[in-house]
Design a protein around this ligand. Structure first.
Ligand code: UDP
Length: 245
């Protein structure tokens, strides 16, 4: 499997498909190898351009995949296309399927206590062979080492962090060297979706690549964050002009 990456405004995305990525991570799981996976959307790319500390977290990642059509379109516009989007939520579900088949254990960190409980219940219902080795809600004291101590002790195969960016990448990057094994991955608001708190856009909206629009209408408070999209598009077009002139 090739490790070729495609740079989008300085962030190096793995040139991969969803299926290939799951095969790659399954291989790591079988061999008990560590990995740190970041799924980056346009907002993350912009944040990385502006925040040096965040760039050091990304530099520690084993893989960065394209979370969203914006990154895939940008790579195409810049002349080095990525095959498809490889999102955090889709990988979360696929990895739970793998864990269900192979009886791998998971640790869940993030979201509000009641959302976390519903997430665990949903996993137990839909993926009954998965062992939930431990969990903690996402509103903890960052100076306490309780969570990493538990993860070191229990050695789960997969650690999913639903803390939102940049918190989840910061948490992993600052502690990654302490762990012997485990796939560590930030998955944003995915617990809320699995718990049924936030609905994912119907397939129709996903297919026409307007999932972001559906989410904006459902959660108007997101509008401020969505301003990142036109800013991202502007920077990509400027980069393209720079390269072709
Ligand atoms: N969250 C958390 N701790 C915090 C802030 C947020 O666990 O200190 C959780 C929040 O409850 C939600 C998830 O992080 O479940 C994602 O939040 P957000 O929508 O801000 O992130 P995104 O999905 O856009 O990355």
């Amino acid at each position: 499997m090739s490790n070729r990456t495609v740079s989008v405004l300085g962030v190096d995305f793995l040139h991969t498909t969803m299926n290939e990525m799951i095969a790659r991570l399954s291989g790591h799981l079988e061999r008990e190898e560590k990995a740190f996976v970041v799924t980056a959307n346009p907002e993350i790319v912009l944040h990385a351009q502006e925040d040096e500390a965040y760039r050091t977290y990304l530099a520690k990642a084993s893989y960065i995949t394209a979370d969203g059509i914006g990154v895939v379109k940008a790579a195409g516009l810049l002349g080095d296309p990525l095959p498809e989007r490889v999102t955090g939520f889709d990988m979360f579900l696929s990895l739970l399927e793998v864990a269900n088949e192979r009886k791998f254990s998971v640790y869940l960190l993030g979201a509000k206590e009641e959302v976390l409980e519903k997430t665990i219940a949903a996993i137990e219902r839909q993926f009954p062979q998965v062992e939930v080795a431990g969990s903690h809600h996402g509103y903890f004291d960052w100076d306490s080492t309780e969570i990493e101590d538990e993860i070191r002790l229990k050695k789960p195969d997969l650690v999913f962090l639903a803390l939102g960016f940049p918190r989840q990448e910061k948490w992993i990057a600052e502690r990654y060297d302490q762990f012997e094994k485990g796939i560590f991955m930030g998955i944003g608001g995915s617990f809320d979706v699995l718990a049924g708190e936030v609905k994912r856009a119907p397939v129709f909206w996903q297919k026409i690549h307007l999932e972001w629009f559906y989410r904006l209408v459902k959660q108007p408070s997101r509008w401020r964050r969505m301003l990142a999209l036109p800013v991202f598009a502007g920077r990509i077009l400027r980069e393209k002009r720079k390269r072709t002139s």
